[in-house]
Design a protein around this ligand. Structure first.
Ligand code: UQ8
Length: 200
């Protein structure tokens, strides 16, 4: 009997079962149409180009936020170059996905005012090319509506090719394209939109 009483007290004093509690338990899914992730390559010192991935997925839940990048979906605007990045750089046969994960406080997200932006200094784990390594990022988290969250990088994330065993792949791309230099530092920028899913 006392167990039932404790549950009643919990339900009525903490709002467990109320809309706020359901909100805190809810999940968000990445809006794949409205989200984007770009990276920048620099060759021959002055030639700077934008590239992106067309296939992203991700979610936010009480276990944290994650982003999955299908590396085969790389788009550089030149098909032969796409294929060379898949084969010589990312080695998609062995490592087809990059994964980013980080902890998120869902209650904090639920309490955020619609229209406001929070700046968060976050540490995320990036698993890429067989290496799992932490990266620091300043994130802008904007609550666009009760059901939509936008997450952007405040400043470009500078990925060091050496940290993910990419230097020999970049050298292979440089050789096959008969270039003198391709930079080992790769700036990354993203805009991620997440939509709240129906309560489970
Ligand atoms: C609420 C809340 C807080 C939610 C959080 C939500 C969430 C999950 C947030 C995520 C936050 C976060 C911290 C995300 C991190 C995102 C990152 C950093 C992802 C990594 C993305 C990635 C895999 C990037 C690529 C990395 C890489 C090493 C790229 C290499 C690029 C290079 C150097 C390309 C070289 C291109 C080039 C110049 C080729 C030469 C070339 C060739 C070969 C060719 O064939 C050709 O044509 C003939 C050319 O000429 C056209 C060439 O130039």
């Amino acid at each position: 009997m006392w167990k039932v009483q404790i549950w009643c007290v919990l339900i009525f004093t903490t709002g467990f079962g109320s809309s706020e509690a359901l909100l805190a338990a809810s999940e968000y899914a990445l809006d794949t149409e409205k989200s984007s992730l770009y990276f920048v390559s620099t060759k021959q010192i002055h030639v700077v180009e934008n590239h992106h991935f067309t296939d992203l997925s991700g979610s936010i839940s009480d276990t944290g936020a994650n982003l999955i990048i299908n590396l085969s979906s790389v788009e550089t605007g030149v098909e032969i170059r796409n294929q060379r990045l898949r084969d010589l750089l990312f080695e998609v046969n062995a490592f087809n996905e990059a994964r980013v994960s980080l902890p998120v406080d869902l209650d904090n997200l639920a309490a955020q005012t619609i229209g406001s932006t929070q700046t968060r200094n976050s540490s995320a784990t990036l698993s890429l090319h067989g290496v799992s390594s932490d990266i620091d990022a300043e994130l802008l988290v904007t609550k666009l509506s009760d059901s939509t969250i936008m997450v952007q990088n405040a400043a470009p994330i500078l990925l060091g090719a050496g940290d993910y065993n990419f230097t020999s792949g970049i050298d292979a791309l440089r050789n096959i394209a008969n270039l003198d230099v391709i930079s080992y530092t790769v700036p990354v920028n993203f805009t991620l939109l997440f939509n709240k899913q129906e309560s489970r």
